[in-house]
Ligand binder design. Structure first.
Ligand code: SF4
Length: 343
């Protein structure tokens, strides 16, 4: 849930999830539509599908108990080297390294590593460094920390080390303006000593985002709206959306022509809603137009479901199309042409 999403945003999702699916068994058995609805708004829907597949493996092959061994964790669907390392070290205090964006930034600055972390050789050397650190931590049996109310004893040094690296990157060694004056590592930080901390890690050469345009159509008939479900296997597969077209890079945007190809005609030339959003390196602009069925091509009537606004609300929509739905609901008391443009 926390991938690309802040903790404060995730908390209500997390609480609702635990209320609805409190056990691994309930997750394994949850119908897909319910699962997608619970995840709606978090994006990256492959994760929730993997989560359910992993729950099924745990129920069917592990007797309903989460495995503790690194290799067994790594075999679960959707779990890669980073997540397996995070679970092994944080939950089970095993000496397994982790390397996410925050840890990469801290290590690059701490050891003044100037290469691009996306470069394979640099990336592997960062993994080795993270492993050496957690191996060294595993030799510590227990220790004392100075807490605000006196001395705090802690155990689980591998867990503490990896959590500390992540937390330091999230709160002190931040991408811009690291707070070196407050940093507990400043005495041994090569990046700080050399005055190059803020320039690290090196930016990837191909970091420029790709601009994409999607065109959607709101078609209303007798108080019902035409929507369709994205096919399985595609990005956001299984989620619902208003009909439309996803233009390729460089493809001309001619909404009237695009509508015609779907068996629709524009009600008015300009978009009624514009939604901008990002998925990984893509910056997507969704233009939404009011349209009606072209009576010469009635096949569109059967190209999806015709549902009321209330019924649409119960479905799991892609984030961008959910914004369109919210706008439609807000304007449902007014004539659709009164929908105002939004960003
Ligand atoms: Fe990051 Fe500064 Fe701490 Fe070095 S001293 S780890 S650059 S916050």
């Amino acid at each position: 849930m926390l991938q690309q999403t802040q903790v404060k945003t995730v908390i209500p999702f997390w609480e609702r999830w635990l209320r609805e699916l409190p056990t691994v068994q309930s997750l394994a058995e949850c119908p897909e539509a319910r699962l997608l609805k619970l995840w709606e708004g978090l994006g990256y829907y492959r994760r929730v599908r993997h989560l359910q597949l992993a729950a099924r493996v745990i129920v069917e092959e592990q007797g309903g108990r989460f495995p503790e061994g690194f290799e067994a964790i790594l075999k679960l669907p959707g779990i890669g080297r980073y997540t397996a390392g995070a679970i092994s070290s944080l939950a089970f205090n095993q000496p397994r390294p982790i390397l996410d964006g925050n840890v990469i930034r801290v290590l690059c600055r701490l050891f003044a590593i100037r290469g691009n972390p996306r470069d394979r050789t640099v990336n592997e050397s960062l993994w080795r460094l993270a492993e050496q650190l957690v191996q060294a931590a595993s030799a510590i049996k227990s220790a004392r920390l100075n807490g605000p109310n006196g001395s705090l004893r802690f155990s689980g040094p591998c867990s503490v080390l990896n959590q500390s690296l992540m937390e330091l990157g999230a709160t002190v060694c931040t991408p811009r303006a690291p707070d070196c004056a407050q940093c507990p590592l400043r005495g041994s930080c090569a990046g700080n000593r050399l005055g190059i901390a803020e320039s690290l890690p090196a930016a990837a050469a191909d970091a420029r985002p790709t601009q994409l345009t999607h065109v959607g159509f709101v078609v209303q008939r007798r108080g019902r709206y035409l929507v369709r479900q994205r096919p399985a296997g595609r990005v956001n597969g299984g989620l619902w959306e208003f009909p439309g077209v996803e233009l390729d890079v460089g493809q001309t945007n001619n909404p009237a022509q695009l509508a015609g190809a779907l068996g629709l005609r524009l009600v008015q030339p300009g978009p009624v809603v514009v939604v901008r959003h990002s998925i990984t390196r893509y910056r997507i602009t969704l233009e939404v137009y009011l349209a009606k069925i072209d009576q010469r091509n009635r096949a569109i009537k059967r190209a999806g479901e015709w549902l009321t606004l209330e019924a649409l609300d119960a479905l799991a929509f892609t984030s961008a199309h959910r914004k369109v739905l919210v706008r439609l609901k807000a304007a449902s008391g007014a004539k659709p042409r009164l929908l105002r443009q939004s960003k």
